[in-house]
Design a protein around this ligand. Sequence first.
Ligand code: ADP
Ligand code: ZN
Length: 289
Amino acid sequence: MALYGALEAGGTKMVLAILEEGDIRERISLPTRTPDETMPEMIAFFRRYPITALGVGCFGPLDLNPASATFGRITATPKLPWRNYPILSAFQQALGVPVALDTDVNGAALAEAELGAARGLDSCLYITVGTGIGGGLIIHGQPVHGLTHPEIGHIRVNPLPGDPMPEGICPYHGCCLEGMASGPAIERRWGISARELPEEHAAWDLESGYLAQLCALAMLAFSPEKIILGGGVMQQKFLLPRIRAKTVELLGGYVSHPAVESGLRDYIVEPGLGVHSGLLGAYLLARRA
Ligand code: ADP
Ligand code: ZN
């Protein structure tokens, strides 16, 4: 039976696993330090098994253009020790097996499309709302890559009336979606952790309004068959119904489909794989390597 390595590479932690037929044989988690410290630990783990291939779902941005001189590198990350790090070739050289690299959210989207909330569908959009906001888009069963990879978490949103922080906090764009609706943006705006804001707080009206702007834009621009919202902030379960209602409102009756007529109840949904979509996505990338 073939063994595959999977790595969910995050800014705070690395989750590594060995899978056989989709079942996790072993799984460990390491803090993300510098490449000099963390890469040898990860390589040692994967070398303990005769893996056929490795899949890596990685925080970005990444250079995923095979024709580029810097293909397989992490690019403009604020995590300075990892900036320009050639993560793809480092694993290829150390392990001598095929390695597939994609963004963490493209990996998660792939897992949700093959095994999770969008199983059986040809397309979906997976969004994580956490420390940052990122999205992975699957069209015709494939993660979308183009000039680079989509960065839908950084689309500009319209500041809503009454927002006490309409300028946002993204260092690149100010009031982009991430700058307005990420966990840190909520905390900056209200001076209290997003976990502790009560359901009736005005914070959540703004939050659902901004996320609805993204959902409406995504439906108009790409028409994915499902939108999946995950990440720490979406633990607030009352958000989903509010986002659905505001998205319907923003569409203004223009998109006619039974999914819209039923209030997007089965269309804007939570992840089917819970917190496992990232790691299973890395595994699916390995299978494709
Ligand atoms: P990361 O994005 O770092 O991978 P998470 O998806 O858990 O990790 O996102 C962390 C962010 O989500 C933090 O800003 C935190 O405030 C927020 N968060 C985590 N849990 C909750 C919760 N239960 N309710 C609201 N916000 C939460
Ligand atoms: Zn931004």
